[in-house]
Every structure is written in C-alpha cells, then in structure tokens.
Design a protein around this ligand. Structure first.
Ligand SMILES: N[C@@H](CCC[C@H](N)C(=O)O)C(=O)O
Length: 274
C-alpha cells in the first residue's frame, strides 16, 4: 500500500507527518514507524506524527519517537504539526489541539512557517547533584557546561540517560552553555537515542532551569541557539510556578511524497460508530 507523508523540520528536529483524519491508518506499528524514521532504509526523522480528529479540539497530535514507541510531548513536533494543520486548512492562524500531555494553544504566522506553542505549566524542578531535572511535557535533565561545541554529547548523554536512576523510564539530556544573549543547548534525546539538532521540550526545560539558577522572576524571554537554528522561550515565573510558557520558532515543510509501506487499515475505527 502507498502511504502519503509530509516531512517537516523545526530548527532541525525533523518529523514525518501523516494526515489520519479518516482514522484509517492503524499507527500502533513500532516496526513500520522505526523503519520509516530510519535515515538509510526509510524517509528519515527524529519522530513520526499522525494528525487526527478529536472532539472539542481542532485536531489531535499522536506522536511516536524514531524508535517506533509512543512518547510524551514533543515541543518541536507540536510546532510542526500546527504548521501541517494550517497547510491542510484544518486551522487558521490560531489553534487549540490535543496532545498526549493535554490541550495546547498555538499561534502561527500568516506565512505558515513560524509557530508559538503554549507548553504545560511547570511547578516542580528537582536537583540531581548539580543538574536540574524537570518535566516540560517530557522528562529532562539539564546540566550547565562549558566548551559545549566540543563536548561529546552522544557519549555523555548516553551515560546519563542509561544510568540506574533514569534507565527504566529514560530521560532527555540537555547540556547548556550561557552566551552573551541567551544560551547554547545540545540535547541527547530519549527514543532517538542520539543527539538531535534541537529539542523543544528540552530548550523549554533549559530556559526554566536557568531562570531558577539565576534567581529570576517575572516575565522572562530566553533566546536559545541549537545545532539546527534558533528558538525562543517566553514564560512567567512567580518564584513557585512557571506559567504562560511559549516555545517559539520555525516550522517548515521540507518535502512530501508517498512510500510503499505495509500498514493495516484500522477497520474498527472506520466501521464502528464513535
Ligand atoms: N524532540 C522533542 C522531544 C520528543 C520526545 C522525546 N524524545 C522523549 O522521548 O521524551 C521535542 O522537541 O520536545
């Protein structure tokens, strides 16, 4: 069977997107998803998403990591699926959609390639020795470092992600270096099990952790440079809770196509009344 897909990237975090509003594609298929995300044997991507209908929302975002497993929230994926929804004329320049961590509001530029995505509120930031550990929709470990350009992010990130504290559930590992204006961040991503060019929930975690590190409160805007471009995180912090968190940056369609894929049509979803 042919599968029609769209490839998007947000600051170099890249995703395969499929319009599943018909509900016909049974996406519980780890082998197929990991093969499609493979950069040599498939289309290539850090993750794969299905845009589906959801009662009371413009659409639902169903996200899988490149390993084919369903995962927690993906911030750059969320921004890319908003751009995809606009491309499909499912939304205009604002949307309320449903993701695995709950409802999200987002705004998209009229040109369709710049997305500001509201993230979940955060009230818990833990410490692991000198690192920060927090959940911004996905779990993150944030460690300050220097000379990040030359850091062995793969091996050091792998070691932290696989240490006994985090092995079972996994964690994304972010290394952060202060710049004159903002931060430089590199991330080892769980479920990709490699460094990616950007991680949206990761840079969000970094921005919140750095506000704590520096004793900042009030309305804060944090520019972040990543390997694949630039992102910005805006939020409010009253000293207890981070609210009104927005992850902002580019979300761009790279190409679209069709690929021969052995997927099954979900007849249950199609034939059964809701
Ligand atoms: N790239 C993402 C994070 C995707 C989920 C992550 N790999 C996990 O399993 O926690 C982002 O932009 O947030």
């Amino acid at each position: 069977m042919k599968l029609i897909f769209y490839k998007y990237q947000g600051a170099g975090n890249d995703f395969i997107l499929v319009d599943n509003r018909s509900g016909q594609i049974d996406h519980h298929n780890p082998q197929l998803i990991s093969k499609l995300c493979d950069r040599r044997f498939g289309i290539g991507g850090d993750g794969m998403m299905f845009l589906q209908n959801a009662d009371g929302y413009d659409f639902e975002m169903v996200y899988y990591n490149a390993d084919g497993q369903p995962s927690s929230m993906c911030g750059n994926g969320g921004r890319c699926i908003v751009a995809f929804a606009k491309y499909l004329n499912v939304i205009g320049t604002e949307t309320n959609f449903l993701a695995v961590d709950g409802p999200h509001y987002a705004k998209i530029s009229a040109s369709g390639d710049w997305v500001s995505l509201q993230m979940i509120d955060v009230d818990t930031v833990n410490r692991d020795v000198d690192a920060y550990v927090l959940n911004t929709g996905s779990p993150h470990y944030v460690q300050l470092t220097n000379d990040l350009e030359h850091k062995d992010v793969y091996n050091e990130g792998y070691a932290i992600r696989n240490n006994p504290t985090y092995l079972a559930k996994g964690i994304n590992v972010n290394f952060v270096e202060p710049l004159d204006n903002g931060y430089f961040v590199r991330t080892y991503e769980r479920g990709v099990e490699d460094e990616t060019y950007a991680c949206g929930t990761g840079v969000t975690a970094v921005a919140l952790a750095m506000a704590k590190e520096n004793g900042l409160t009030g309305q804060i805007s944090t520019p972040v440079k990543v390997l694949g471009g630039n992102l910005n995180i805006r939020f409010n912090y009253d000293g207890l809770k981070f609210t009104q968190i927005f992850l902002e940056g580019p979300a761009v369609k790279v190409f679209e196509g069709e690929i021969e894929a052995e997927y099954t049509a979900d007849h249950k979803a199609v034939n059964q009344p809701a």
